[in-house]
Design a protein. Structure first.
Length: 214
C-alpha cells in the first residue's frame, strides 16, 4: 500500500501516520522529520533548509524530491509507505508521479485530513514535539503524562521554531497558495479520499482506516 497522507499543517498527519504504521506495517516517510534531522545535524543541506523552514516557507522542490527519491529506494519501503508532508507543490507531485511510473509502483490512495483553519491554529500553537522519536503531543488535547517529557521515549519535548505564531500564519498561507492545488491533482486522478479530521484521535483514525480500505 502506497499512501500520501494529505492535509494542512496541524491536521494530524504525524499523529495518524504513526497509527497507520502500526496497522499496515509500512514505514512513514516525513519530509519534515528528515529535514529537521538534517537541520539538527547541521549538514549543509540542513542549514540551507532551515532558512526556509523557520520562516514558514517551503524548501525548494529539487531538495525534497531528492530526499524522497533516495528514501523510497530503501528495502523497508518495498511493500509500501506513507508519505507525510510530501508532495506539497504540483511540481513535487509531478516529479513523484514520473518517478513511480518508471518503476510501475503508483500511489494507491491519497486520504486528505480536513480540518478548519481556526482549529489548526490551536493545534499548532499548543503542539510539543519529541525530537527523538517524533511523537507529537499537545499541551491541552494530548498532554504527556509528565509535563515536557515524551511518553514514548522519555526525551525532553520541544516547541518547534515554526510553531510560533508568525510562522504558523505564514505556513497556513503557504499551504493555501502552494499546497492546496496538490489536492486537485490527486482528485483529477481519482485517488483523493476526504476524511473528517476533527474530533477524537481514535475516531479520526477509524474514519481514516475505512477510507484507506475503501
Ligand atoms: P501534522 O503532522 O499534520 O502537522 P500533528 O499530528 O503533529 O499534525 O498534530 C498537530 C497537533 O495537534 C499536535 O499537537 C497533536 O497532538 C494535535 N492533534 C492531532 N490530532 C488531534 C485531534 N484529533 N484532536 C486534537 N488535537 C490533535
Ligand atoms: P507540518 O507539521 O506543519 O505539516 P512538516 O513537519 O511537514 O510540517 O514540515 C515542516 C517544514 O519543513 C515546512 O514548513 C517546510 O519548510 C519544510 N518541508 C517539509 N516537507 C516539505 C516539502 N514536501 N516541500 C517543501 N518543504 C517542506
Ligand atoms: Zn519520544
Amino acid at each position: 500500500m502506497r499512501l500520501i497522507l494529505f492535509g494542512p499543517p496541524g491536521a494530524g498527519k504525524g499523529t495518524q501516520a504513526a497509527r497507520l504504521v502500526e496497522s499496515f506495517q509500512i514505514p512513514q516517510i516525513s519530509t519534515g522529520d528528515i529535514l529537521r534531522e538534517s537541520k539538527a545535524a547541521k549538514t549543509p543541506m540542513g542549514m540551507e533548509a532551515a532558512r526556509y523552514m523557520d520562516a514558514g516557507k517551503l524548501v525548494p522542490d529539487d531538495v525534497v524530491v531528492g530526499i524522497v527519491e533516495e528514501r523510497i529506494k530503501k528495502p523497508d519501503a518495498e511493500k509500501g509507505y506513507i508519505l507525510d508532508g510530501f508532495p506539497r507543490t504540483v511540481p513535487q507531485a509531478e516529479a513523484l508521479e514520473a518517478m513511480l511510473e518508471k518503476n510501475g509502483t503508483p500511489i494507491d490512495k491519497v486520504p486528505s485530513l480536513e480540518v478548519p483553519e481556526d482549529i489548526l491554529v490551536g493545534r499548532l500553537s499548543g503542539r510539543r514535539s519529541c525530537p527523538s522519536c517524533k511523537a507529537a503531543f499537545h499541551v491541552e488535547f494530548a498532554a504527556p503524562t509528565q509535563e515536557g517529557i515524551c511518553d514514548k521515549c522519555s526525551s525532553s519535548l520541544v516547541h518547534r521554531d515554526d510553531d510560533l505564531p508568525d510562522a504558523v500564519r505564514e505556513r497556513l498561507r503557504t499551504f493555501e497558495d502552494q499546497t492546496a492545488p496538490v489536492k486537485e491533482f490527486y482528485e483529477a486522478r481519482g485517488k483523493l479520499v476526504r476524511v473528517d479530521g476533527v474530533g477524537d484521535v481514535n475516531d479520526v483514525f477509524e474514519r481514516l482506516s475505512k477510507a484507506v480500505k475503501s
